[in-house]
Design a protein around this ligand. Structure first.
Ligand code: NAP
Length: 241
């Protein structure tokens, strides 16, 4: 067992998740690299370790309950607790996503990863987070999940996305319920938006680097004990719900 801060980042083999893992590793933390594909996971771990991070692989498909349970067991065996959970794994779900055209299966798939995946992982990790002196949960959302922004004519909120945007709105709503239930604990839970970031998710059309996209999650993962809980933030500050 180690005294060093133990973090788990889901979907950490590439994109923003990889950079969150790198950023937390640079703080001297132990970082579990949650990823479903063994080859991609081990390649990311090797690269993070070559950069000096104390990274280790955590086999994790957030849609698979058995995989999530095994991931919690792995963290427990390694550290006996978890200090920081970053629920970063996400998918857009494919096209079309106009609500009049979308296949309901596309919506279900996005919800399975982006919402239920967060519930599965969070609930499996909660017993380990409860053993931490300063537990933090960061859920990776998006401004496209903001109903205020989506319903403001002319606002920059990406394409019409009845699966992706709505899954992030759903994630925000579920996160608020976690915040309510866990209000009397020391667990700080916040939602992050990385901004429009060049990754596989958008065929690298984003304007921010994955490192820039990772910054807000790293900030929320490293909040002091008197930091906020139940907020929805990007680098600019609070995002309207
Ligand atoms: P990305 O490069 O496509 O990375 C997504 C990560 O999620 C990958 O590691 C992927 O693993 C993983 N993942 C997908 N399904 C999974 C599953 N069932 N189990 C475990 N891992 C799974 O995308 P990104 O842009 O870095 O996105 C990271 C987060 O930021 C997402 O939640 C996304 O919605 C959010 N976000 C991104 C942007 C943006 O502009 N990029 C903006 C707002 C919010 P594989 O390699 O195995 O597919």
């Amino acid at each position: 067992m180690s005294d060093r801060t133990m973090a788990l980042v889901t979907g950490a083999n590439k994109g923003i998740g990889y950079e969150i893992a790198a950023g937390l590793g640079a703080l001297g933390w132990q970082v579990g690299v949650g990823a479903r594909d063994e080859e991609r996971r081990e390649a990311a771990v090797a690269k993070l370790r070559a950069g000096g991070a104390d990274a280790f692989g955590v086999p994790l498909d957030v849609t698979d309950g058995a995989s999530v349970t095994a991931a919690a067991r792995l963290i427990e065996d390694r550290a006996g607790r978890l200090d920081v959970l970053v629920n970063n794994a996400g998918i857009t779900g494919g096209r079309p996503q106009e609500p009049t055209l979308v296949d309901p299966a596309t919506i279900l798939a996005a919800v399975d990863v982006n919402v239920l995946g967060v519930v599965r992982v969070t609930n499996a990790m909660l017993p380990l987070l409860r053993r931490s002196a300063s537990p933090r949960i960061v859920n990776m959302s998006s401004t496209v999940g903001s109903l205020t922004r989506q319903s403001t004519p002319g606002a920059q909120v990406g394409p019409i996305a009845a699966a992706y945007s709505t899954s992030k709105t759903f994630l925000n709503a579920v996160t608020v319920q976690y915040v309510r239930e866990l209000r009397d604990t020391n667990i700080l839970i916040n939602l992050a938006c990385p901004g429009y970031t060049a990754t596989d998710l958008n065929a690298f059309s984003g304007v921010r680097t994955p490192e820039q996209g990772a910054a807000i999650a790293i900030r929320l993962a490293t909040l002091p004990d008197d930091g906020p809980t139940g907020g929805f933030f990007d680098d600019e500050g609070e995002i309207p719900w």
